[in-house]
Design a protein around this ligand. Structure first.
Ligand code: ZN
Length: 382
C-alpha cells in the first residue's frame, strides 16, 4: 500500500491517531496527519525498532495493528492453528516473566508456553487453570499490582537449567547458522580486482570448519544450510529448525558491510528488548564469543548488543549472531580471505563454546584456553 504521511487526512489517519492516543504517544484524536502525528509515528517507530521515517507503510501499519491491543481489551488464549499476536500478549508475557513465571520470551505470540505460565499463575491464585487470560485473570493480575521482582527470574531459571546441563560437550547439540545463501541472497558482495568475495561463501566456509572442530569435541553439530541452498531461509525458518532439533546452542555467522570502507571490526548480538529483558545465558555466550575473537585475532571490538531479531527471538536455546568483520573494509577483508585467519576465528568460537560449559569457578582468562587441554579436563570431570 502507499505510505500514509504528513499532509494526509481521512479515516485511516483517524485510526492511526486513535491507536497512538491509546499508547499515550499522542494527545488528541482527529483525522489530520499533522506535525504532532509525525512526531508520534517517529517515536512509535523508534520504540519498535522500525526505520524512523514518519511514514506509515506496511511494516509500521503492521506494528500499529498489533499495538492496538491493550492488555485486558480482549480475552487471550492459546488459539490453534493461528496464535494470537499483539502488544497485549507481549505485556502479559513481560508481566509473567517479572513475576517469575516461565512464559518463554516476550515475543508477542500467545503460544503453549505462555498458556502454561498463565495456568500456573491461575492455579496459584485459586482460579481455574485454563491457560487463557480473561476478565477474572486480569482482575487477579491487577489486584497483585505491579510488583517488580528483581533478578529477572526467568533468565535466572534459564541459567540454572543451563548449569545443570553439565560441563561436558559430549552429546550437546549445536546449530551453526551460516547467514544468507540461496537464490540471489549472497549477503555482502565485494568485487576485489579479478576476485569476488561473498559473505554467503565465506560464512559457509567458516561454518564448515567450525562443524568439524565442534564434532571432534563430541558435539552434535547441524548447519542450517548447505553451500548452495536452493532457497533462502528466513530468520524464523532457521530458528524453527534449531528448535525442532532441540539444540542447546545456536551461533549464526555473518559478515558486515558498509559504504564507508573505514568501518571494521567484530560485533556479537544476543536476544534482548529495549525494556531490559534479556537472555542472560545468551548474553554470556555473546560476551565469550566476542571477547575470545577480539583477544585472539586483534580485530576491532565493536562490542555486544541486544536485538529482537526473529532468529534471536524465536529460538528456544541461547542464541547469538556474530558479525565477523566488514567485508567492505580492506583491513578486515585481507584477513578474512586468508584461511589461516579463518582458522583463528574458528578456534576462538570453539573456545567460547567450551567456556559456556566450563564451571564459572574454574573459568580461565580469555584467550588462554588450549582447546585440546580443556577438552581433556572436561572429559575427566564428566
Ligand atoms: Zn549478513
Amino acid at each position: 500500500m502507499r505510505s500514509i504521511r504528513r499532509g494526509d487526512n481521512g479515516p485511516a489517519v483517524a485510526e492511526i491517531r486513535s491507536i497512538l492516543v491509546g499508547l499515550e504517544l499522542l494527545d488528541t484524536a482527529s483525522d489530520v496527519f499533522d506535525d504532532d502525528l509525525d512526531t508520534a509515528v517517529r517515536a512509535f517507530q523508534q520504540s519498535r525498532g522500525i526505520g524512523i521515517d514518519g511514514l506509515v507503510g506496511d511494516e509500521t501499519w503492521g506494528a500499529l495493528d498489533a499495538a492496538r491491543w491493550r492488555l485486558g481489551a480482549r480475552t487471550l488464549f492459546h488459539s490453534v492453528p493461528d496464535a494470537l499476536v499483539g502488544e497485549d500478549v507481549r505485556a502479559l508475557q513481560e508481566r509473567m516473566l517479572e513475576m517469575g513465571y516461565d512464559a518463554g520470551r516476550a515475543d508477542s505470540i500467545y503460544g503453549p508456553r505462555t498458556a502454561r505460565a498463565v495456568a500456573q499463575f491461575q492455579r496459584e491464585v485459586g482460579l481455574t487453570p485454563d491457560g487463557s487470560c480473561g476478565p477474572q485473570t486480569m482482575k487477579a493480575l491487577r489486584r497483585l499490582g505491579r510488583k517488580v521482582v528483581g533478578g529477572r527470574p526467568q533468565w535466572l531459571r534459564e541459567s540454572e537449567a543451563f548449569r545443570q546441563a553439565g560441563t561436558n560437550l559430549m552429546g550437546k547439540t549445536i546449530v551453526i547458522d551460516p547467514g544468507h545463501g540461496g537464490g540471489d541472497d549472497l549477503g555482502v558482495v565485494v568485487p576485489d580486482g579479478p576476485l569476488r568475495w561473498t559473505e554467503a561463501d565465506l560464512v559457509f566456509d567458516l561454518a564448515a570448519r567450525l562443524e568439524g572442530r565442534l564434532a571432534a569435541a563430541g558435539m552434535r553439530v547441524h548447519l542450517t544450510r548447505g553451500p548452495q541452498p536452493a532457497a533462502t531461509l528466513t530468520g524464523a525458518e532457521r530458528a524453527n529448525l534449531a528448535n525442532s532439533l532441540g539444540a542447546d546452542l545456536l551461533i549464526s555467522l555473518h559478515l558486515d558491510g558498509q559504504e564507508n570502507e573505514a568501518a571494521h571490526g567484530v560485533a556479537t548480538y544476543h536476544y534482548g528488548t529495549g525494556s531490559g529483558l534479556s537472555s542472560t545465558v545468551g548474553e554470556r555466550l555473546a560476551n565469550l564469543v566476542q571477547r575470545e575473537i577480539v583477544v585472539r585475532t586483534g580485530m576491532r571490538d565493536c562490542r555486544i548488543h541486544s536485538k529482537t531479531w526473529e532468529l534471536l527471538r524465536l529460538t528456544k536455546m541461547p542464541a547469538v549472531r556474530v558479525d565477523l568483520g566488514y567485508l567492505t573494509s580492506p583491513v578486515d577483508r585481507d584477513r578474512l580471505v586468508n584461511p589461516l585467519f579463518r582458522e583463528q576465528i574458528v578456534e576462538a568460537i570453539l573456545a567460547a563454546v567450551q567456556r559456556m560449559y566450563y564451571p564459572v569457578e574454574i573459568d580461565v582468562p580469555t584467550g588462554s584456553i588450549d582447546v585440546r587441554q580443556l577438552r581433556v579436563a572436561l572429559a575427566n570431570k564428566a
